[in-house]
Design a protein around this ligand. Structure first.
Ligand SMILES: *Cc1c(COP(=O)(O)O)cnc(C)c1O
Length: 373
């Protein structure tokens, strides 16, 4: 930069009109409108006779316009991409997903008039695939869950598109200090409750983004709340947290939305106070039990969350501790009519949920937590 040209004063030229910025301004206004038209999601407080001294709360993320907690994530990933100048008026969007994220992203892509391609395992539930296609999204299937990342990257390269990459960007696209993120919303809604600062938050991990937001927020706000992350079978998160080993599992998780074959970049082990691993039969039994007690179906990962919440509550009761515990309803069970709520599917998977059902019913009615077998 020492040539003669770098020393000459810039001549007056018409400034560029930056029309691309106009598209981005309109896109952000559309995304803000979607948020403004939505009320906050409910914080439910179901009452169970066996739970003495422990208040439990369920943050119901199934009521977002696209039916899951991924509505928040998709909105954040779109804002992140637009504000970073990666998404413009002609950008094809590509994502690797087990389904829920792609549903929400397809919705926002249609809102902004952008092409959207989801790369998903072929085992993804039929209802999710139909919803993505009804929003105008395209589905690209792979056989093994672990293939989604490379294939999504390749599809993005081939189309000259933008890989939204939820597994990398979930933790950074969400404003963890506040800005009405899920943690801030929960704590605001608990504000006038008997135990406004929960003993524990319980959350499963898919990208790990939600647990990262919850864990960072409770530290940032200097709260006494602790975070328990519940993992599932065939997932790499639990061992990574316990031993620091980043093993890769061969099989995919049977609980859609959570449990990953690799440790995702958005998973932040340092903000997690405790982790447990829940058998799939227990997750699905918990989904059935909670569905019956709420009079509506909730999804498999919510079953995992609810089992973890019961386990934490049982531990508190065993040590005579009072307080509140919070977890999330991640999505509705209507998406899983063919799987978790289908006896033939359960049989084919070799899953018997009845011992865990009995155990959970007994716990919720009497407070006695007696694992089966
Ligand atoms: C993504 C997802 C989760 C986990 O949330 P993360 O923030 O990605 O860890 C749980 N349940 C369902 C249904 C999901 O789609």
């Amino acid at each position: 930069m020492t040539g003669p040209e770098s020393r000459t004063c810039p001549t007056l030229l018409p400034l560029p009109d930056c029309r691309e910025r106009e598209w981005a301004r309109q896109a952000i206004a559309l995304l803000e409108g979607d948020g403004r038209r939505s009320a906050d999601t409910h914080l439910l407080k179901p009452l169970f006779p066996g739970l003495k001294g422990v208040s439990i709360y369920l943050k119901d993320e199934s009521t977002h316009p696209t039916g899951s907690l991924k509505h928040r994530l998709a909105r954040s990933l779109f804002l992140y991409g637009i504000c970073n100048g990666r998404i413009g008026r002609d950008t094809t969007l590509v994502e690797a997903s087990s389904g829920s994220t792609a549903v929400s992203e397809a919705y926002f892509a249609r809102l902004l008039g952008l092409r959207f391609i989801a790369v998903m395992p072929s085992s993804t539930s039929r209802q999710k695939i139909q919803t993505i296609e009804s929003f105008g999204g395209q589905c690209h299937f792979v056989e093994r869950a672990g293939e989604v990342y490379d294939v999504a990257m390749r599809v993005a390269a081939e189309t000259g598109g933008h890989y939204l990459d939820q597994f990398t960007n979930a933790e950074r696209a969400t404003d963890w200090r506040g800005n009405n993120n899920i943690a801030e919303s929960i704590f605001r809604q608990l504000d006038s409750e008997e135990f406004p600062v929960p003993e524990w938050l319980v959350m499963s991990a898919g990208t790990g983004g939600t647990s990262a937001t919850l864990g960072r927020y409770i530290r940032y706000r200097n709260l006494d709340t602790r975070l328990c992350v519940v993992d599932v079978e065939n997932s790499a998160f639990y061992d990574a947290w316990r031993t620091g080993d980043a093993l890769i599992t061969a099989a995919g998780s049977r609980i859609e939305g959570i449990g990953r074959p690799r440790v995702e970049p958005s998973f932040m082990p340092g903000v997690i106070d405790h982790m447990i691993r829940v058998p799939d039969a227990a997750s699905i039994a918990a989904a059935h039990v909670l569905s019956e007690r709420l009079f509506r179906q909730i999804g498999g990962s919510t079953g995992t969350n609810f089992f973890g919440l019961c386990w934490v509550a049982a531990n508190m009761m065993a040590s005579g501790k009072e307080g509140s515990v919070v977890t999330l309803i991640c999505d509705s069970g209507q998406r899983y009519a063919d799987t978790y709520f289908n006896p033939a599917w359960l049989k084919a998977q070799g899953i018997d949920i009845s011992p865990y059902r009995q155990m959970l019913d007994r716990f919720l009615d009497t407070g006695q937590f007696v694992p089966p077998g």
